[in-house]
Design a binder for this molecule. Sequence first.
Ligand code: FMN
Length: 253
Amino acid sequence: MKVLAFQGSPRAKNSNTDMIVQPFLEGARQAGASTETFYLSKLKITPCQGCLDCWMKTPGICSLKDDMGGILEKILESDIIVFATPLYNCTMTAYMKAFIERLLPLENPRMKIINGHPAHVMRYPDKNWKWVLISNAARPDQKCFDNLLDGFQRKSHVTGGGLHTPIVGTILRVSGLLMAAASENAENSILPFDLDIDWFFEACIQAGKEVVELGKITQETHEILHRPFMDMKIEEIFEMGSKALDVLLADIE
Ligand SMILES: Cc1cc2nc3c(=O)[nH]c(=O)nc-3n(C[C@H](O)[C@H](O)[C@H](O)COP(=O)(O)O)c2cc1C
């Protein structure tokens, strides 16, 4: 089984997003899968130009010649696709957006009602991928992911009626900045207390295993992945964040 992770943070390997993606992939490998991470900000993936050549002139082949050609070949040999992006302005980063636009050659322009949804039929109807969505946001309220999740669910339905690209798991991590803060040593940390979130990274490993072994993230693991990092009210979290910012900005403002 092949798992490909497309990581859309401009901060690439130093990102909070990668702190989720890498343990997830470790779990997938423990379950016997092979994995590969593509750091989208390091690749040349031009946004779709809307020429529709990949539909109407050269079916399945994009007219843009950049890194996406090789990636599409790898996608055709893969089983599980991980879309990972930090939350930017209530949605995905520009890198992830360009990448998703360039998946158009996988679809056929013909549409049908599939599974109750108007959907493009697949260019490769034998292919059945599983999609996983990973994100992290600075905000502490889970609702901040509504727009991102809705967009991915719609895309999953438009692509073959969701039958060929079901979303089999999500890790949508609020208070994402705390992942890095928790791993810093006490004197460098912006946190006024120790924060042990090893349980979260263990749940990311478990999620990767489950997607390979069971074809989905179980409800139990999903629940652990979305537990708050701290037992604090949102108002208290904002107050703590604002105090940390006062310290960080004291010398430069
Ligand atoms: C341009 C920009 C837009 C952002 N928009 C949001 C947002 O809408 N909601 C939010 O909670 N965090 C937002 N953030 C914060 C990031 O989601 C947060 O810092 C995240 O941990 C970055 O992840 P990364 O290290 O993987 O890049 C934004 C950050 C930037 C730079």
